[in-house]
Design a protein around this ligand. Structure first.
Ligand SMILES: [Zn+2]
Length: 471
């Protein structure tokens, strides 16, 4: 671990701090404007190859200039991964409960200049939009957290309990030095908390310019992969046999293609369907309402299962993702192998998924092995306190927007904090069009106004949550 505290400051700031003066020699503590900070962060390339340390150092300087004490702003870098730095900032509270920890990753997905309309590593404004890699995933939200914490500090706000914000490394592709995982295992004292808020999860959904909902992510499906393998002695292709492993495997995969796991609703998904129905009409509305009320008939389940978005909320899924087999054009195959990726509803065991797969495959000559084991990732309880805080904050800015609990089918860093027993919620109010998702894609963008509103939302929610005592 490397630690950079006062030593990493610009000489002028270090000098001023050493003399007990206000940072930066400009009198009062200063905080950057959200837009200016976003520009600085986007202009730093934090893809896997470059890492997050430079961005963490940049924020480090801003927090010191904003008046945070050096001992409350800690830059921590794993020895083995000097480019995968993390910054942890603490605003001290009144000790009424365990801290609240906000997490936000600083790294971004690769972007190629030739694929984009603008330079992805230069914040560009065009027709009401801010373009740049990471603006929605999630440098925009990082900025919202940073400026909100600085604003609270400068207002002299004293939280009921400590408020910690961790800006972390390596959430995206690569992921060999994931900051949240590393901080929780090696620097638990810095980030230990009773509650985690992660703006990388959840979503603020909009369609055709109409703001619909703010979703609070309480859970994620667990990731689990299996290998299926059929083997045979092989031989000359002029003497075909019925034991051909490619045929055996194909037949098993065809059975899997027809198979659906049983419906398994959680507290979150039941409530999701109940509330989401308010945004729909006709049959879909009736079907969602019925699922939410626990009274859906097989026809309603069938209709919802036919659509990917609702199907994945209803059940565990397993699907073939890779296949290979055989060794020569003129030989009977000696082996055929497929990889099956499963996304498991929280609370279901890996063993039960494997048992279901075995029943579907229904061929004792096909070996089933675990390729990637599941990591336990329980659902965080849908507490009225969290939902009410998000609801009040949301309706204070957008009176017509509803709040939904959500289970996501993909994964975020919250699975690390949930797996060590900290209730974790994905809350993101950066409104984005559901039909034009650009995270990880080309011309990633956020609305100028959406960004300003997210900054305000983040400040208000942070203040509201930190005003309440915790467990
Ligand atoms: Zn992200």
């Amino acid at each position: 671990m490397l630690e950079f505290r006062a030593a990493a400051l610009r000489p002028l700031v270090a000098l001023a701090l050493a003399a007990g003066l206000t940072p930066a020699g400009v009198g009062a503590a200063t905080a950057p404007a959200p837009r200016a900070l976003l520009e600085e962060l986007v202009d730093l390339n934090t893809t896997h190859a470059y890492g997050s340390t430079a961005a963490a150092k940049l924020l480090h300087q801003h927090f010191l200039a904003a008046g945070f004490a050096p001992e409350d702003v800690t830059l921590v870098v794993p020895d083995a991964y000097p480019t995968k730095g993390n910054l942890v900032v603490r605003l001290h509270g009144g000790g009424r409960g365990r801290p609240i920890l906000y997490i936000g990753h600083l790294d971004v997905v690769e972007a190629k200049r030739e694929d984009w309309s603008f330079d992805p590593f230069k914040l560009t404004e065009d027709a009401g939009w801010l373009y740049g890699r990471g603006v929605i995933d999630m440098k925009g939200q990082d900025v919202a957290m940073a400026v909100s914490l600085m604003r609270l500090k400068q207002e002299g706000f004293k939280p009921a309990r400590d408020l910690i914000v961790a800006f972390t490394a390596d959430e995206e592709a690569g992921g060999d030095a994931n900051g949240v995982e590393w901080l929780l295992s090696k620097h638990r004292d810095l980030v230990d908390a009773g509650l985690v808020i992660n703006p990388d999860g959840g979503e603020a959904g909009m369609k055709s310019g109409r703001k619909l909902y703010v979703a609070v992510q309480t859970s994620e499906k667990t990731f689990l992969s299996f290998g299926l393998e059929a083997k045979d002695k092989g031989g000359h292709s002029s003497r075909p046999t019925a034991d051909n492993p490619i045929y055996r495997l194909s037949a098993a995969l065809s059975r899997l293609a027809q198979f659906r796991f049983p419906v398994d609703l959680t507290g979150t998904t039941r409530e999701y369907f109940a509330r989401r129905s308010a945004l729909e009409q006709g049959q879909l509305q009736a079907d969602m309402k019925a699922v939410g009320a626990g009274s859906a008939d097989p026809a309603a389940i069938e209709r919802l299962s036919a659509v990917v978005e609702t199907n994945i909320m209803l059940r565990t899924t397993c699907t073939a993702t890779l296949i290979d087999g055989g060794h020569a054009e003129n030989a009977l195959p000696q082996r055929a192998r497929a990889t099956i990726q499963c996304r498991v509803i929280p609370g279901e065991s890996p063993e039960s998924v494997e048992a279901a797969l075995r029943t579907v495959v229904a061929d004792p000559l096909i070996a089933i092995t675990t390729v990637t084991a599941a990591k336990p990732n329980p659902e965080s309880a849908l507490t009225p306190a969290i939902i009410a805080a998000v609801q009040q904050t949301t309706q204070g800015i957008w009176p017509d927007v509803i709040v939904l609990p959500e289970m996501s089918a993909g994964a975020t860093d919250s699975h690390f904090s949930r797996s060590v027993g900290i209730p974790s919620y994905g809350i993101d109010a950066m409104f984005d069009d559901l039909d034009d998702a650009r995270a990880h894609g080309r011309d990633e963008r956020i609305g100028v106004v959406a960004f300003q509103q997210d900054v305000e939302f983040t400040y208000r929610l942070m203040k509201r949550l930190a005003s309440t005592a915790g467990p």
